[in-house]
Design a protein around this ligand. Sequence first.
Ligand code: ATP
Length: 238
Amino acid sequence: MIYDTHLHSETNSDIPKDDRDIDPPQKFQTFYVDKPVIGLTGGIGSGKTAVSDWFAAKGIDVVDADVVAHQIMQKGSPTLQRLVEALGDWVVDGSGEMDRRAVREHVFANNKALLTLESITHPAIRQEIKNQLSQVTSDYVILSAPLLLESYEAGLVSLCDRVLVVDASEETQLQRASSRDTQTVDKIKAIMANQLSRQARVEQADDVVCNNGDLEALYAQLQPLHENYLAFKKLPQY
Ligand code: ATP
C-alpha cells in the first residue's frame, strides 16, 4: 500500500558526520504512554529492519508502521470499508481482501485518489499506533516508520520523544535493496528519488547510526543507544 512505498525526494552523498552527544529528550510528548518512544526511520534498504530486529532481540517492543498499515486494511475492517465507499467496490477482490496492486496502480495515476486514500488510512494508522504504544511493556519502545519524517506523516513523528535515523550510502542502499528484493535497480532508484534526502533525514535526527559496514559494526553503535534509552525511563519526566 501507499504508506510503505517510500515516496519522496532526492539523494545526497554528503552527510555531515554526526558528532552530537546523546542528550536526554527535552520533554515527554506522548501523554498516553508512559514509556519513551524512539522513532526509527531511514531510506529504502538502509537497515531499519536490521536495527529494529536488534532492539527486539534485546526485549524492546517494536511498533512497525508498515505492519500497522496492513493491519488496518485487513478484510472486513472499517477502514477498508471506508475506502470501498470512497473509491468503489473494485478496491476489494472476490474474497473481500484489499486488492493492493489495483489500489497502488490507481492512486499512482490519480493524485486525488491518493489524497483520498491517505485521508482515510493515515488517521487510522495513527490511532492504531497509539493503541499499540499504550500496550508496550518494555522500558521504551521503537516506532519504526519509513516515512516518519515525511511531511504528510508528521502525525507520526509527533508521537516520538526521540528520532533515530539509520543512514547508509546510496550505493549501499541500492546494493542491499536489490539483492534482497525482486525489485529492479531502476525501481529502487525511483523510490530513493522520491524519499526524503539523506541530508534532510539526518538533520532531523536525534541519533544517527551509520550502516555502511557489517552487522557487527551496526550492532556496536546500537548498544550505547540502547543503554541511553533505558536510562531515559529513570529521568523524572518519565
Ligand atoms: P526497506 O525500507 O526496504 O524495508 P530496511 O531499511 O528495513 O529496508 P533492511 O531490510 O534492514 O533495510 O536491510 C536491507 C537488506 O540489507 C536486508 O537483506 C538486510 O539483511 C541487509 N543488511 C542490512 N544491514 C546490513 C549490514 N550491515 N550488513 C549486511 N547486510 C545488511
